[in-house]
Structures are given as structure tokens and as C-alpha cells.
Ligand binder design. Structure first.
Ligand SMILES: Nc1ncnc2c1ncn2[C@@H]1O[C@H](COP(=O)(O)OP(=O)(O)OP(=O)(O)O)[C@@H](O)[C@H]1O
Ligand SMILES: [Mg+2]
Length: 250
């Protein structure tokens, strides 16, 4: 079976790529998929930090330098997420070999989620070349959408299948979703609301899905994961109430 390597891209920085990588990985794992999240943002690595992990003897940089094997760079967070971190600091790194590294046979039947750097520099192009499908992430504002258009055009030029766009930090009075779809020319596969619990989970070094599995953003991320694996996801309503009733009836 082929590798299923999904790149998360945004033109603009800070729109939530690492947050989505962490939580989408956990959501897919909760659907019983094997998942590996890889930090490909070498200049501003953040995947490990989002999980409160930062001391790694081996990182993806060592693998790119052919000094270590990818298997040696895998770490497991207490939430169950498997990650390959990037180093906290690296001056320059050649990312051209990323595609080769990710063709490792042991990754077949895995979902590999690539947390990419923002922009369209060569390292981003290398991440695009290494994935076999892409998700475009944007916030619902003009600067982020404008940059997302550039990313979309590049992915199309490179013939990389686009699974869809995800709108993050959505709010009531944000730009209409149909307008975002129109300008991007890509279907929206998920809309994640602005959720205060994300900052709280970050300070507790936990993915949002572990911290609050029923928060509005968690539910939306689970729906995106379900779409990716073509499963139906029906969030349970009144779960809290059901638990109380169960407790009373015991
Ligand atoms: N849906 C959301 N609601 C509220 N805050 C969010 C949401 N998504 C992300 N954030 C917050 O926005 C900030 C940026 O998120 P994140 O680091 O995931 O972005 P990024 O795209 O990976 O950034 P960079 O381009 O620098 O790598 C973080 O503080 C994160 O907690
Ligand atoms: Mg990031």
C-alpha cells in the first residue's frame, strides 16, 4: 500500500498549522489509524513545543543529514501521538531528501502528517514534493486568504492533489465561507472556530483533543479526520448529561 502523506500548508504564519497537525494526528489515531506527525518547519520548529517536548537526541535534521534513521527520530507523547521533531535551532538544512526519507516502506499504511513552514520558500516546495495530498489552512481574513491563494496555485502547478481547505479561528462575523471557497477555488473541508481552550491546552502541554474532547474546535477537527478516512462522525450530544444519568442509575 502507498504512503498517505498529508501536508498542512498556509501562506501566512501563525494560522494554526501546528495546532491542526497535533490534533488531526490525534483524531486519526482515535479512529484507530497509525499516524506519524512530522515537523518540517526547521527554522521555527514547534511541533514538540506544542506538546511540551523539546529535548530530542535525534531529530528529522539528523535523518536529513543521513546520520540517523527515521525510526530513531520517532517519539511518543503521553496522549499517544507519535512525532518526529525538528531541532530547536538549525542554521541551514537541505530538505531535498525529505521525499526519499518518507518513502520508507515502514510508513505504508500510516497516515503521515507534515507540519510545514509558512510561505513558499524552497523548503516549503520540498515539503510539497514529499507529500501526496495537501490541506490548505487559512484564517478568515484577507491577508491569510491572499497567501493561501498563492499556496493553492503552487500546489496545482505541482499537480499535488488538494484534499480541501480548512478555515481556522472562525468567528461569527468572519468572511463568508462561500467567498473563501470562491477565491481559493478549493472546497472547504472543515471550519474550526476560535476556541479559548486551545491556549489552555497549550499551556498544559496537551493536545486540545485530550484536554477537552468535546470543545467546539475538537469536534470540528474530529469531523475533518472522519472526512479524511471516509467515515461518518456524529458527535454525541448531551454526553455530559448522559454520564450524570449513568452515574445516578448505578
Ligand atoms: N482555533 C483556534 N482558536 C484559538 N487559538 C488558536 C486556534 N488555532 C490556533 N490557535 C493559536 O494560534 C497560535 C498559532 O498557532 P500555531 O502555532 O498552530 O500556528 P502555525 O500556523 O503553526 O504557526 P507558524 O506558521 O509560526 O508555524 C497559537 O497560540 C495557537 O494556540
Ligand atoms: Mg507551526
Amino acid at each position: 500500500m502507498d504512503q498517505n502523506i498529508i501536508g498542512i500548508f498556509s501562506g501566512k504564519g501563525g494560522v494554526g498549522k501546528t495546532t491542526l497537525t497535533v490534533n488531526l494526528s490525534l483524531a486519526l489515531a482515535q479512529f484507530n489509524k497509525n499516524v506519524l506527525a512530522i515537523d518540517t518547519d526547521f527554522k521555527m520548529s514547534g511541533l514538540g513545543l506544542h506538546l511540551g517536548m523539546y529535548q530530542f537526541p535525534v531529530t528529522i535534521a539528523d535523518v536529513l543529514l543521513s546520520e540517523k534513521n527515521l525510526l530513531e527520530a520517532i517519539y511518543i507523547h503521553s496522549s499517544g501521538i507519535r512525532i518526529v521533531p525538528a531541532p530547536l535551532y538549525v542554521k541551514e538544512i537541505d530538505t531535498s531528501k525529505l521525499k526519499d526519507i518518507l518513502s520508507a516502506p515502514f510508513l505504508s499504511e500510516n497516515f503521515v502528517i507534515l507540519d510545514s513552514p509558512p510561505g513558499l520558500e524552497k523548503n516549503v516546495i520540498d515539503v510539497m514534493s514529499a507529500c501526496n495530498s495537501a490541506i490548505i489552512l487559512t484564517t478568515p481574513d484577507i491577508p491569510a486568504i491572499t497567501d493561501a491563494i498563492k499556496i493553492t496555485e503552487k500546489l496545482k502547478e505541482m499537480s499535488i492533489p488538494i484534499r480541501g481547505a480548512v478555515v481556522n479561528m472562525n468567528m461569527k462575523d468572519s468572511i463568508e465561507l462561500e467567498d473563501i471557497e470562491d477565491v481559493l477555488g478549493v472546497n472547504i473541508i472543515g471550519v474550526i472556530p476560535f476556541d479559548k481552550d486551545i491556549k489552555k491546552s497549550l499551556s498544559l502541554r496537551q493536545p486540545l483533543l485530550s484536554f477537552n474532547p468535546y470543545s467546539p474546535a475538537s469536534i470540528e477537527i474530529k469531523k475533518i479526520a472522519a472526512k479524511i478516512i471516509n467515515e461518518e462522525f456524529k458527535p454525541e450530544k448531551f454526553l455530559f448529561l448522559k454520564r450524570i444519568i449513568k452515574g445516578i442509575k448505578k
